[in-house]
Design a binder for this molecule. Sequence first.
Ligand code: ADP
Length: 345
Amino acid sequence: MLRSENGRQEVSLVVDTEVLHSITTEGFRQPTVSDSRIEVENLSHAYQKRQALDNVSFDVSCGEIFGLLGPNGSGKTTLFRILSTLMPVTSGTVRILGHDLATEVKAIRNLLGVVFQHPGLDAKLTVVENLRHHGHLYGLAGKTLHHRISELLERFGVADRAKERVEILSGGLKRRVEIAKALLHSPRVLLLDEPTSGLDVTARRQLSDYLGTIAQTEDILVLLTTHLLDDAEACDRVGILDAGRLVALGNPDALKAQVAGDVILIESTDNETLGTAIAERFRVSTVFTDNQLRIECKRGHEFVRDVVATFPDEIQTIRFGKPTLEDVFIKLTGNPFVEKKDTEN
Ligand code: ADP
């Protein structure tokens, strides 16, 4: 309604409450916790009769680095392919920043930066050319693109290599350029499939540091898969997969605290006989892994002293240390954490 009063014009609006409701619930709805998380609930996936994922559930939040750790064949790639929208959700639900992966693939793709295992850079082009081409695919151009490229190359410590051809860079630098490329369009979620594979220890550590910084400065959610225990140790939280099941979930230190005390590893010419003798004499449980005898106990230094004094001839080597994520895996599955051969495939 329009009316004139004291020479001023005033507008009064009559608002349809239904329209208002639809605006508040759809167009301008309040952000929820789900909007900054990946939420995986009872996710299962089977290739014909083979169960690759079995009722997997976990959450990851923005600003966090989450590692999916598991030996070969545990289901990491299957989960990665589902999260990166390459494979459909067939059982269970996945929400990415509030969007349902089963019905909103298009919206989700814009929110994702994905780094696959196989190289995604053109080796004959320079670093900056690779990034520029990728930026154009996402509709970025001009100054905006230029600034974003400079910012990311700076963040990943490769600004001084911008004009060099990718083919002459080391594996670690190439990987950092790939990650910079995946972040060009400012995604809220960065997914990386085995990002450190093929890198040496130093390059792996550097990459972990760069990812930690980027997760916090850009408040993005970083989810990576790995079969390397060191990589998982560097994550804020870890999900451990074994044969398609999530057997552990939590902060690496909290997971390791589940293992009681110290871990002793013993090698001898006859592990089985020695294991039985140690179990009887010291009332501890022994596990055989990788031709080793593995014992968990408190006050490991005293146990080492006593066991060596009792079986001086039988013991060839003995080591003791604080538990690692490998010990967590062994404790929970009863199996050693080794690269399993997938014989049935
Ligand atoms: P990871 O990445 O941890 O090695 P995968 O997700 O690749 O694990 O595999 C999980 C299980 O699913 C394995 O038993 C594997 O043999 C099986 N698998 C993976 N891809 C296929 C496929 N395309 N067809 C049949 N089985 C598959």
